[in-house]
Design a binder for this molecule. Structure first.
Ligand SMILES: Cc1cc2nc3c(=O)[nH]c(=O)nc-3n(C[C@H](O)[C@H](O)[C@H](O)COP(=O)(O)OP(=O)(O)OC[C@H]3O[C@@H](n4cnc5c(N)ncnc54)[C@H](O)[C@@H]3O)c2cc1C
Length: 474
């Protein structure tokens, strides 16, 4: 019997598996594909995901393989510098192909001894009081106490649970490839610039030695998007949009994607939950889907582990859906808005100019940057101090950096008073005393995902709050 089975081994599935395994859970990732995909969908990590990698000690590896770019131009491609005092010690975008992110997450999970079964798809599931039975396409039946559908936008798990996926269907489709071109690079780039003056849906640029990444609108929405386009279809699409096919040849891979925007009605049915694209899909504007999935996993991992370890207070597991669904809703809206702002009709262009002017106002710019980077996420953990519900940025404390001190994945009380205690919860909550004044507040209690749930200085208030997040004393 596994503790948790992840159906789907994309970035969300492996991130979640690692979050559970580091807490001692016995987990299995079931992945339909025999090998990790070569298709490079996402191109980068935003601030909150970068911070999460730091909180897991993985950031150095990501930095080695990625490239830092300045923040800005993230919202509908409107170029504005970010606010100077952004609340993070990682104020950049990390450009890194999704294939590299996935490989690093797989290595992280495998380093923790996560079990993986490749080349097997989940085709059915049943659940009862004790657990879930996952049925795979070879007829094998596996038992686990919980199962999480991390199986992407066309999630089998979501369909088997009968969870509605309302929203807008794809109206447009794009072809995506990395391929070689016979046209000289200067001519290609001049053409790209010219076409993008009137059509922001098209893009092409060199990625490595003679290989270009190309995104081009398709003529129509394919019936089955899992079937990759042919080279001839790609050439036709290029000719239709730009007047030339650039002499495209030798594609490394080809893929297609659409602009469907949908959000699962619920994130949980009994012992089965959804995370990542299985719970939300939207166009890639602003580059947020993979980030959202990683952050879903970071929110869910400790809750599910707490449930399995038997100390989760009532409602802790359901808090995953009630916190993460509204975050996804905001991201969906952001991509809807960006879609309008990138359209070429006179009305949309006028709104784009207006939004661009508004972004010159620091607070408007800050709101958009904090949303896309996800550092503005504020969960409803109750009224009070401004920090409540937000994740705390990394701070240098007497005993080390905050994010380093959180690598064990437990709760953390940072006590600037030197008087507070977590006695009774030491197995779930660490205590760091820091009287250097590094914090602007007397003391904060952080959940394992780094979000602030208490700010104060009195033991009574702290002791009253601890059970809400960390259960009864041991
Ligand atoms: C062109 C493009 C550009 C993008 N750019 C960005 C970006 O810059 N930044 C960003 O954050 N996001 C971006 N995204 C979105 C990002 O690619 C997705 O949000 C991300 O891959 C979601 O991860 P996931 O693990 O939830 O799902 P997926 O990556 O879809 O993984 C799901 C996995 O489940 C497996 N699976 C499916 N069904 C089953 C089954 N029945 N049993 C077992 N396994 C199954 C699949 O084989 C797959 O490996 C982009 C997307 C596109 C299309």
């Amino acid at each position: 019997m596994f503790d948790v089975i992840m159906a789907g081994g994309g970035p969300t599935g492996f991130m979640l598996a690692a979050e559970l395994r580091m807490r001692g859970m016995r987990v299995l990732v079931v992945e339909r594909d025999t090998e990790p995909t070569k298709v490079v969908r996402g191109l980068g990590l935003h601030v909150r995901s970068i911070e999460i990698m730091d909180q897991r000690g993985l950031l150095d590896r990501f930095l080695e393989e990625g490239q830092r770019y300045p923040l800005g131009s993230m919202f509908a491609g409107i170029a504005k510098p970010p606010p100077e005092d952004l609340d993070t010690s990682h104020p950049y975008i990390l450009g890194i192909p999704q294939t590299s992110t996935e490989r690093l997450l797989i290595e992280h999970a495998e380093g923790l001894d996560v079990e993986v079964r490749r080349g097997r798809a989940l085709v059915d599931l049943e659940q009862d009081e004790e657990g879930v039975t996952a049925v795979l396409d070879d007829g094998s039946r596996l038992r686990s106490r919980y199962l999480v559908g991390c199986d992407g936008g066309r999630s089998t798990v979501r369909k088997l649970l009968g969870i509605d996926f309302p929203g807008e269907p794809a109206e447009s489709e794009w072809l995506l490839t990395e391929a070689r071109l016979t046209m000289p690079v200067e001519e290609v780039m001049a053409m790209v610039t010219r076409v993008r003056e009137t059509d922001l849906r098209f893009g092409a640029g060199p990625v490595r030695d003679g290989v270009f990444r190309i995104v081009v609108p398709a003529e129509r929405v394919a019936e089955d998007r899992s079937v990759p386009p042919t080279l001839e279809e790609l050439r036709e699409a290029l000719r239709a949009t730009t007047g030339t096919d650039f002499g495209v040849h030798s594609p490394q891979w080809m893929s297609r994607f659409g602009d469907a925007t949908r959000l699962a009605e619920r994130y949980r049915v009994g012992r089965v939950l959804l995370a990542g694209d299985a719970a939300h899909v939207h166009p890639p504007l602003g580059g947020q889907g993979l980030n959202l999935g990683i952050q879903d996993a970071f929110n869910l991992g400790w809750r599910l582990a707490a449930e399995l370890q038997g100390w989760a207070p009532e409602g802790l597991l359901d808090g995953y859906g009630s916190e993460r669904r509204p975050v996804a809703e905001t991201v969906l809206d952001s991509t809807r808005a960006q879609g309008v702002l990138m359209a070429q009709d006179a009305g949309s262009k006028a709104v784009r100019r207006l939004v661009s002017d508004l972004m010159d106002l620091e607070e408007a710019n800050r709101l958009l940057v904090e949303r896309i980077t996800a550092i503005g996420v504020r969960y409803d953990v109750g009224e009070g101090h401004d920090l409540l519900g937000r994740r705390l940025r990394d701070v240098e404390l007497e005993q080390g950096r905050l994010f380093e001190l959180m690598r064990g994945g437990r709760g953390l009380l940072v006590d600037g008073t030197g008087r507070l205690s977590v006695k009774g919860w030491q197995d779930r909550v660490d205590l760091v005393t820091d009287t250097t004044g590094a914090l602007d507040v007397p003391a904060v209690l952080l959940r394992p995902d780094g979000h602030v749930v208490w700010v104060g200085e009195d033991q009574e208030g702290l002791s009253a709050l601890l059970p809400r997040w960390f259960g009864a004393t041991a």
